[in-house]
Design a protein around this ligand. Sequence first.
Ligand SMILES: [Zn+2]
Length: 327
Amino acid sequence: MDIYKKYGHQLPFLFKVLSVNKPLSIQVHPDKSLAGQLFKTRPEHYPDSNHKPEMAIALTPFTGLAYFRPHDEIINFAKRYQQLGDLIGIDLLAEYESANENDRAECLKKCFVKLLKEPQEIIADKIKSLLEMAANDNGDNDLKIFSEIASEYPGDVGSFAYFFLNHVKLEPGQALFIDVNQPHCYLSGDCVEIMACSDNVIRAGLTPKYKDVDLLCETMTYKPKSIDEIILKPTLKDPFTCLYSPSVDEFAIEKIEIDGNQSKTLEYRFEGLHSASLLIIIECGSARINPTVKLKKSNIYFIPPGLNYVVTEIEGKFLAFRAFIRQ
Ligand SMILES: [Zn+2]
């Protein structure tokens, strides 16, 4: 009932399958307070007053850039690649390196802002030089990934985000939670994605869409995270069900995975939940629900709150994701 009072007849999340073939723009989603201001003052670019935390659960090997790297990694890249060091500038880099932990966030901000505001011809020149280095050094994996990104958006300053943001690689079933005000850019792979209902995206690169570099630079918190901190660990509810529940009010997801050929159970129970839920079927050899409806791969089902459903006659691989309002 509380959930009904809070959200009415609306589900407060968007739930979808996303297939990423090329980098999807360096972006940040504003928090609720900023979203409210932007919606009032610039609705042509920011059409919602809501925030947009999001989570991606990999269906295939999946890569993306997310959150700032630990400071030392960024500094080491700037020292290793002179092109990046030049863009940041020797003085600023020295200030960043010698700063104590409390001041490093402010230094990181200065470095990132300076990079994003360099004249286009200088950026294009440094990218060209790095691409030439990459072509001559097959063993440098960082340069290889940088070149892959840069080749999709020639001359785009966003390619340099690789050196600032963690390069996250997910295996199927691993998840990435992106909180508000945190930079990210999905690079490749398929995932199930969920987000709070909002269309507010502040972009700064790797996109033909509207860029708002000043706003993006002001919005971010510049708090680095390690990859371990970013990958969201699901909890196992039963042998077939994993729960992904990041600390946001709007959503949580259960992954249901059953090998119908191996399991003797051959029956799975969807417990009635406190909220309505959406079920996306990713794989389904054959299965029935309650017991007359045949579940089909690629179909999406609406499950009303409080109702139990039993899946029976499961054959082959069954993989589904159920999204609901987090309790
Ligand atoms: Zn996003």
